[in-house]
Design a protein around this ligand. Sequence first.
Ligand SMILES: Cc1cc2nc3c(=O)[nH]c(=O)nc-3n(C[C@H](O)[C@H](O)[C@H](O)COP(=O)(O)OP(=O)(O)OC[C@H]3O[C@@H](n4cnc5c(N)ncnc54)[C@H](O)[C@@H]3O)c2cc1C
Length: 379
Amino acid sequence: MAFDITADEQELVDAVVSISKDVLVPQAAAADANERVSDETLKTLAEVGVMGLNLPEEFGGPGVGSVAMSQMVASVTEACASTASIVTAQFLATDSILLGGTEAQREAWLPRAAAGEVIGSFGLTEPGAGSNPAEMSTKATRVDGGWHIKGTKCFITNAGFADFIVVYAKTDVDAGHKGISAFIVDTAAASAGLDFNPPEKTMGLRGSPVYEFVIDTIVPEDALLGVEGEGFTTAMRVLDRGRIEVAAMSLGIGKAALDAAVDWAGERKISGKPLNRLQGIAFKLADMYTKYRSAWLLTMDAAEQRDAEVDFTRSSATAKLAASEAAAFIADEALQIHGGYGFTRDFPLERYVRDARIYRIYEGSSEIQRTIIARSLSK
Ligand SMILES: Cc1cc2nc3c(=O)[nH]c(=O)nc-3n(C[C@H](O)[C@H](O)[C@H](O)COP(=O)(O)OP(=O)(O)OC[C@H]3O[C@@H](n4cnc5c(N)ncnc54)[C@H](O)[C@@H]3O)c2cc1C
């Protein structure tokens, strides 16, 4: 449990920390207000390799381990959570291809995604199937020369501007989760069969739009991701990895909020004394730090297990549960410590509270993480 990273990884972490401070922090409030992180910002991140952080060198990524990657995801989020959500949705899409795709599919999509030339999206959730995606009703039926995909997906990050969407669909409705397959839908080629609603009006992560869309299109034979019937397994493996990234994003907001609270409590005076001299406030800071540090250790532990290539399903669920709950607690307490100022949009605290709320919901809610952890204990 050393959480060591290599010198090369440290160099990249330092570059990402520096870009986060210099490029992401100054645009974060505007991305939230304008409900869109700019293409320019994503291009800058792509130039240092952030859009493909999850990918090995053979597919254009930096080939970093999960411990280093978690530190970089946390750093991006500390600066701008909306940007981090776009980036990690890209990871869900490219992890799907990396883990479930054929060699030809990996070569066709991953190097371009790593370079930021194409943006990906992960299409699992449906109006009638969120926490239990096995209940999805999108279907893919074999037709001459390909597959006819028909259904509705919702809350899909990046979908409306993505170059490709990994769409999960049932190819055998009688086979339960074993009848689910995945498809790489090239959005330019399938544009006539994709109908996007305007982005959802979300509470937080407003710079990272999420879309509902109806798909009714025929895709070529080679759009089937890897092997028919393997889609659910691929999605679960992708989410095991993704949950470490959600934990890392939670750390990012946790750190931003904790640092802001510590600074404010040192500067703001009540009856001539700084806030941090009041035991009621000092105890809050201590609890915030303790939750942050516990979450950090659990996240790095899960990342280290992933790097060690051992089963990390329970540890990624534990990290996501602890870190997402910690982020919400820390952001809320940090706003409280700022008093009325925290409630204004002149300070980022209200944004941290709004942005952190999603981490307890997406990629499996806290209730689902508890279910995964409890089930693993009873095995
Ligand atoms: C901003 C945002 C971005 C998203 N991005 C994506 C994306 O890119 N791709 C994608 O596929 N999806 C995405 N999602 C969807 C997200 O993963 C789902 O919203 C989430 O999985 C929950 O599903 P649901 O909303 O249908 O809630 P439901 O499944 O209806 O759950 C409702 C409530 O019931 C609880 N519950 C459900 N089952 C159980 C159980 N067994 N035991 C106890 N409690 C339970 C849940 O925890 C929750 O509190 C996104 C959602 C949002 C809001």
